[in-house]
Design a protein around this ligand. Structure first.
Ligand code: 13P
Length: 279
């Protein structure tokens, strides 16, 4: 069942666990995640970056792919199809019009006033269609889809104002996590995380979930995180398996090559979901 993120995230906030957001890249990725989450019987958010969307052919392709897999695989869990780091109102609108059930408007590089203005515009359109909106404040650093940026932490007063003036559904405050692989340990500002969570009613999102040790993930959930984004860790798990497969066989069937990473992806999906959702 394709749903927006509202109910699943509010339930997660209320019950102190986090919903997994896994980024998808292609048919196989999407199929493996849905199959594993169906076994686990847990809700899931499928994140699609603008680059991944372009790679797969566009918003209609992605939306129809996810809807068709839900139908043909007889998936019964709540599935949210989410635009990850949308960079403009048009991009968010196109995703919504094609059937996405949630969008992230990421104007975090812009001055706060601009971020508020564009996010509010997206919220107005999205809510008129029953679609949920996430946005970022401060700026999450690291490397995502080959775009490298430096981080800047969110401030409590700006978060409170941002939520009040935009009416958005979930907030991703940059608090030290980075996209991609960490160089050294993740240094998360748990104190501010807790203060933000207690000061705004909406659920908080942790980007850059890859490479954060389990104890810090648990602490982040305790401090109010209700959604955790994972991308790189599924890619590296898949890559290791496919690399070994190619090194040790002469099989050239693309289904077998791509499929040699299936169990690694499923294992990672299970590991993360159990850790995020079992208290
Ligand atoms: P990682 O690639 O670090 O797991 O981050 C994913 C993410 O935050 C997507 O928005």
């Amino acid at each position: 069942m394709l749903v927006n993120s509202k109910e699943m995230l509010l339930k997660a906030k209320e019950n102190h666990y986090a919903i997994p957001h896994f980024n998808i890249n292609n048919l196989e990725w999407t199929k493996y995640i849905l199959e594993e989450m169906e076994i686990l019987q847990k809700p899931v958010i499928l994140g699609v970056s603008e680059n991944a969307n372009q790679y797969m052919g566009g918003f209609h392709v992605v939306s129809n792919l996810v809807k068709s897999l839900i139908q043909d695989l007889k998936i019964t869990i709540p599935v949210c199809l989410h635009l990850d780091h949308g960079t403009s109102f048009e991009s968010c609108k196109n995703a919504i019009d094609a059937g996405f059930t949630s969008v992230m408007m990421d104007a975090s590089k812009m001055p706060l006033e601009e971020n508020i203005k564009i996010t509010r515009q997206v919220v107005e359109y999205a809510h008129s269609k029953g679609i949920t909106v996430e946005a970022e404040i401060g700026h999450i650093g690291g490397s995502e889809d080959n775009i490298i940026s430096s981080g800047m932490n969110a401030q409590l007063d700006e978060c409170i104002r941002f939520v009040k003036e935009t009416g958005l559904d979930s907030l991703a405050p940059a608090l030290g996590s980075v996209h991609g692989l960490y160089h050294g340990e993740a240094n998360l500002d748990f104190e501010t995380m807790k203060e933000i969570s207690e000061s705004v009613e909406i659920p908080l999102v942790l980007h850059g979930g890859t490479g954060i040790p389990d104890d810090k993930i648990k602490k982040a959930i305790y401090c109010g995180i209700s959604k955790i984004n994972i991308n790189t860790e599924l890619q590296t798990a898949w890559y290791q398996s496919v690399k070994d497969f190619i090194a040790h066989t002469n099989i050239y069937d693309p289904r077998k090559i791509i499929g040699s990473g299936e169990q690694s992806i499923k294992q990672k999906v299970k590991e993360k979901t159990v850790m995020f959702m079992n208290r």
